[in-house]
Design a binder for this molecule. Structure first.
Ligand code: PMP
Length: 405
């Protein structure tokens, strides 16, 4: 017998990510890749981190930075997050904050916290692939969040019961979602919160791209809206997941959760069991850099990425054939495209890689049921305007060839 036959049933829902497999193929320099979803390394605050790491490993700090630390996280970093959340309209205490190894770890813990097998998780259609990956290990079924749909709470609850479990949470990015780049407006946020109240479920708000707004006016996070209505953080059902990955550097793996204390306390127990704590040195470096340059650095990112987003939208306007449509985000890292009915994003990718030397991510993987294969995700954070324009021109050629088939 092979040991693979001993794997637990939960592994059945764990598949290799289409994106990660694809990224392995993209090392060739002649390929223009819109497939990434990562920050531009040229924009990392490298000098600031060099200084911060030198400080953290200095005589006075090393006994702390190289030592075990509390599972909740490094207190000055949690205090910085309390102040940062206040700028977004969320009033919380240090005890409402847990530091995680990136927001990805928070998604895993939240799956572990809420999901019994066959419970229903409500997600966007499409949604962040990494969230599906994190939740899949807990064997849920998925339902669809649609703030404009009229389905009653009873209908949703009954459907979940007929599938063998309960609705436990809605997971969403309210700002510049991965993969669509789209944002929920205030009315949509309120509608989702009201539906969550009616269903009596948690809301997991993924704020990974929240700070990266390039135009338009910001909406408060859903947690802020809920708190404004209910007054007290402890009465809130929204769990906010933040990350320094898109604003400072993903390689340090530092993110956070803000939620009511019982949620944080249970997640602290998970953290203790899983990895004891997020790396002390990394937390200290992030705290130091965030304190010194967070606002000015994010301002710089907004300028550069905003410029690239505009370049991509302009190029799409020039080069796309009739019959395709795309989102016009105000932030984040992605534009999402609808291809003509019946066209397959994965087939288009195979053809585009071969004939045009361009890459992007086929959209089907972002749907919990693998539907809507006539979609693709385009990333703009890594390329300069000229390369974006040349890549989008080639995408237009690839689309015309596919349409002529
Ligand atoms: N949420 C979303 C929507 C993301 O796109 C990502 C990263 N691609 C993450 C969470 C995870 O980011 P991290 O773990 O680096 O904070």
């Amino acid at each position: 017998m092979s040991v693979t036959e001993l794997f637990a049933t939960r592994t059945e829902g764990m598949h290799a990510s289409e994106i990660r497999e694809l990224l392995k193929l993209l090392d060739q320099p002649e390929i223009i890749s819109f497939a990434g979803g990562i920050p531009d390394p040229a924009l990392f605050p490298r000098v600031e981190f060099a200084e911060a790491l030198a400080w953290a490993t200095s005589d006075t700090e090393a006994a702390q930075s190289l030592q075990y630390a509390p599972s909740e996280g490094y207190t000055p970093l949690r205090e910085w997050i309390v102040r940062y959340m206040a700028t977004l309209g969320v009033s919380c205490a240090v005890d409402n904050v847990l530091i995680t190894a990136g927001s990805q770890q928070a998604l895993d813990y939240l799956g572990k916290l809420f999901l019994d097998p066959k419970d229903t998780a409500l997600v966007g259609w499409p949604t962040y692939l990494g969230a599906l990956g994190a939740f899949n290990a807990y064997q849920p079924v998925y339902g669809r969040i649609d703030p404009r749909a009229n389905r009653s709470a009873e209908e949703i609850t009954q459907k979940a019961a007929s599938r063998g479990g309960r609705v436990k949470f809605a997971y969403l990015s309210a700002d510049f979602a991965n993969p669509t780049g789209l944002t929920f407006d205030r009315a949509e946020r309120e509608a989702i919160l009201a539906k969550a109240d009616a269903l009596d479920i948690a809301v997991i708000e993924d704020g990974a791209y929240q700070a990266l707004r390039y135009s338009g006016t910001a909406y408060p996070p859903m947690l802020a809206l809920e708190q404004a209505r209910k007054g007290d953080m402890e009465a809130c059902r929204t769990i906010y997941c933040g990350s320094f990955s898109k604003t400072l550097a993903p390689g340090l793996r530092v993110g956070w959760v803000v939620a009511a204390k019982p949620v944080i306390q249970q997640m602290v127990l998970m953290k203790q069991a899983a990895d004891l704590q997020t790396a002390t040195l990394n937390q200290m470096a992030v705290a130091r850099v965030a304190e010194a340059v967070f606002d000015s650095h994010v301002e710089k990112l907004r300028e550069v990425y905003g410029h690239r987003l505009n370049a991509m939208l302009a190029s799409l306007g020039h080069h796309m054939p009739e019959g395709v449509d795309w989102t016009r985000p105000e932030g984040g890292m992605f534009v999402w495209m609808h291809l003509p009915e019946g066209m397959d994003g994965a087939e288009l990718l195979a053809q585009a890689l071969r004939t045009q030397k361009i890459a992007f991510v086929p959209g089907g993987a972002f749907f919990a049921d693998g539907s809507n294969r006539n979609t693709i995700r385009l990333n703009f954070s890594l390329l300069d305007d000229k390369t974006i324009d040349e890549g989008i021109r080639r995408l237009g050629e690839a689309l015309r060839a596919e349409m002529a088939k």
